[in-house]
Design a protein around this ligand. Structure first.
Ligand code: UDP
Length: 257
């Protein structure tokens, strides 16, 4: 299967398997060229938001790796005859990268940026216990609104600079994490930044992922909305209304192209 990018809902997507995505990221880590690459993982919510959010779209356009996180987006890609080989969630990619350190016989350095106060530090403990070849060179949970505070941004960038990680795990939620990484890409001293939502919470044991059977049936969103109904119910209702329209429009344009 080709690894050439697929255009779907206006997003350039990399049709890679989990294994290919891990190899791509390790290639960047092992052959640094002074640039911080960044990875985004579209789900239904991102796909809907991108249609009317210009700076979020620009961040997506400039991303180095775009992997489909949401099962409905994977299913839509198959229906529209532009299939991605499999779902690659931000959380799975992060875990696969950490787990691969031993196999690749390399000490992997990681910095965690995001999640509520103290959560990133708990993620560090769990990660270092689980994967002895991974060492955390920093963890920081920035205060609400930090992205608008120039001094705070400088402080965070200085922390990352002196830590010099292979991987910067950014868990600030969308679109904040993508916008922050995109805006500061030239100043981030890491080989690769992963924009991966609640992954730091999962690694810390703060939030639990859906059971595997739910993930396999594309029902992870259902689990998330049940665990955080206040935050997510209205958003998911809006997305459930908008996403089928996007699929229909994409099909309509494709059949007329
Ligand atoms: N978060 C953060 N700072 C913020 C907003 C959110 O660190 O200003 C963290 C939050 O604590 C959680 C994660 O971002 O760990 C939210 O990730 P999720 O994927 O659930 O967010 P979504 O993209 O669905 O909004």
């Amino acid at each position: 299967m080709t690894t050439e990018r697929i255009r779907l809902f206006g997003i350039e997507i990399d049709p890679l398997t989990r294994e290919q995505a891990v190899d791509r990221v390790y290639a960047w880590i092992e052959n640094p060229d002074g640039k911080c690459r960044f990875v985004v993982t579209p789900n239904v919510d991102h796909t809907v938001m991108l249609q009317h959010h210009a700076t979020f779209r620009k961040a997506y356009d400039d991303a180095d790796l775009v992997l489909v996180d949401g099962m409905p987006v994977v299913l839509a890609s198959r229906m529209l005859k532009k299939p991605v080989p499999e779902r690659v969630t931000g959380a799975d990619l992060t875990i696969d990268l950490l787990a691969a350190a031993a196999r690749k016989e390399r000490r992997l350095s990681v910095f965690f940026l995001g999640a509520a106060d103290g959560v990133a530090n708990r993620a560090v403990n769990n990660v270092e216990r689980t994967w002895p070849d991974v060492y955390a060179v920093g963890a920081y949970s920035p205060p609400i609104g930090f992205q608008n505070d120039e001094q705070e941004n400088d402080r965070i960038l200085a922390m990352i600079d002196s830590a010099n990680p292979d991987i910067l795990v950014v868990g600030l939620g969308a679109p904040k994490q993508e916008l922050w990484v995109h805006a500061h890409q030239d100043r981030i001293n890491a080989r690769v930044a992963l924009c991966v939502g609640a992954t730091i919470d999962f690694l810390a044991g703060e939030k639990s992922r859906a059971p595997l059977w739910m993930q396999n049936y594309g029902l992870e969103w259902c689990h998330r909305v049940m665990t955080e109904p206040k935050r997510l119910a209205a958003r998911y209702a809006h997305d459930a209304w908008m996403f089928p329209k996007l699929v229909w429009c994409e099909w309509w344009y494709d059949t007329r192209a």
